[in-house]
Design a protein around this ligand. Sequence first.
Ligand code: C2E
Ligand code: CA
Ligand code: CA
Length: 711
Amino acid sequence: MFSSIKSSVIAIILLLVVSLSAGIMGFVLIEYEQLYADVVQDNLTGLSQNAAEDLLPVLTASTDTAKQKKDIQALLAPLDAYSNVVQANVYAIDTRLLHRYTGPAGHQNIMQLSANDNQSLDLRSMPEGISVKNGMMISITKIGETPFSLGYLQVIFDLQGPLTASKLSLLTQTLTTVSVATLGVMTIALLLLNRLLQPLSRLSSFTRQIESAKNYSLRFSLQGKNEVAQLGHNINSMLDTINQELEKNKSHTKTLEAQQVTMTKLANYDGLTGLPNRQFIMDTLRYKLADAKRNGEDQALMFFDLDGFKSINDSLGHEAGDHVLVEVANRVTQLMRDGDLVSRLGGDEFLIVPNGQPSIAELKEISMRLLHTIDQPIILKGVELRIGLSIGIASAIDAHYDLTDLVSNADVAMYRSKSNGRGTYTLFSSDLIEDYKRKLLITNSIVRAIEEDEFKLYYQAKINREGLLFGFEALIRWVHPTLGHISPGEFIPIAEQSGKIPTITKWVIAQVCQEMQAIQSLTERDLRISLNLSAHDLHSDELYDYVNEQMSEHHVNPYFVEFEVTESAYLESFSTSNDCLKKLGELGCSIALDDFGTGYSSLSYLTQIKIDTLKIDQQFVKEIDYSSRSRLVTSTIIDLAKSLNLTICAEGIESRIQQSYLTELGCDYYQGYLYSKPLPLHELFEKDFDFKQEFNHEILITEPLDTVYNF
Ligand code: C2E
Ligand code: CA
Ligand code: CA
């Protein structure tokens, strides 16, 4: 009820006015009552005295009671004019009742009358003079002066009845006035109050407005200099502070939100490519696997890694590497459908979680498209970079819905793609695991193998056009304590992939330098020993320094040393390889381009590189017997080499037919089982490397070579 100051103040004023009015009324009534009683008393006294004086002669003269009674009656008759007279009793001096007169009010006060119905006056209970009893005013007056008094006149006036009626009429009259006055006072008070409280209610509605609109930029318009204005001023400055704090909070919140976004991005996305990171993809995959398991569905996973990425990074720098990664991420993302998830695990490893349940055919199709898109050259600062993908595909069912197994299976399949040659995809099958374990064992055994001296060098002879020993190619051999003989064709690519090849290369260089003197003692002529290098070897400056150091240590003439580098290794990072081989060339070593013809179709680079010899890949040599295409390639390579002033070495020669065909084309050096298999050093001394006879006798090719076509 008193929820507002206004209503409280109104209630207080109302209470005050009403109590005041009631107080005044009460006071007036009391005063009025007293005044009334006084007037009545005066009237009664006067009336009684007059009547007593009139009665004196009657009581003095008459002894005849009847006459006396009549006279008294006549004397009291004028009392009828007094409406308040209840009774008038005349008593003899002995207090005996002589006459009773009942006045106009006597009839209405029968009850009170009965109390005075006594026939004699008891002066003890009713002494002379005026007294009030039971709402009656009673006057007892002696008739005649003392001691000659002849009797008593008792006049009873009804005091209460008229008084009540009079009070009532007074009340009705004054109440209207008081009510009007109260109403007037209240109206004026209200008006004043309104005027007084108006700024306060303005302030109150202002604060309500702020509360509902939550707009803290609003300000209270100040009027005057009273307390409310001061309060308004205080509220305004409080709002200033709130507003400032709000602004601060807003910018704080913005910063926090931005930080939150950054944190989420950092936690879940790869900073370079913007793709989901390992953590994100693993969480998603875990959820998808649980889902697939529950619904009895399969979930495919594609794992891919870039071929030759490391060499780009090493040779062109991390900026170029980053560019390649971003480009690959963009191309792959564009290729995938909505719902497929592409993620970068780290380094050059990526995962794809295809949406739905693509069939094997669809997965193969996706893989083909991936290989194709990445096969397109990447242009960086005008330089064309080429990169490939190796893809591994695994299924959740094969991995029994185990996340670690699924990722590992895809990795194993990807690993197989790598060993199968670049730019391929492999679907996981359980036999790959055995293969993977073997690769892991091989990888982990390489360092120990060097320490335990498990590697050996074998030398395969190279013969010149006169059929004389020209040199040897050093080929590594490894007999593993548990796996037995492992072919370099198997462990060299593993060593390349695991980054362990430089260790092996160093061992080979040191070994060749150590054995050089022994080899040279085989003939009077100088022999040239060829060493194989991997792409990885060409990226480090260490190689040149190490070769130099070993040659000086073992007094090896660089002229006796040739380095064989495969075409693909050379081209993987062209300029770095060129720099490295140029330095080795300047040292006096020869450079041969190994396995030529298998890699890149563009031959234009041949004019830009520093090599001495082209080694025709044995695949073409083998097919000379039956493939006109291989013969065409071989003759073209030889023509090309000659036009570039390069010497030609053919390897993998197993037949005289191959040899004579190559001789005819003008091949310079010959290598193959036809002359010698790779042999350990000590066996070189037991073998005769003189093939003069074979080269001096023209071999007749009996069958026309072009009869069998195999393109
Ligand atoms: P590559 O450099 O092309 O070596 C020639 C391979 O052909 C050798 O195999 C050799 O034994 C084999 N070969 C030679 N003549 C014939 C033939 O008439 N018929 C047949 N069927 N094969 C013949 P190997 O020794 O198993 O080496 C395989 C590959 O391993 C090599 O191919 C080379 O790329 C790599 N490799 C071998 N030793 C080393 C090494 O010390 N360092 C590096 N980086 N790679 C090496
Ligand atoms: Ca070789
Ligand atoms: Ca070769």
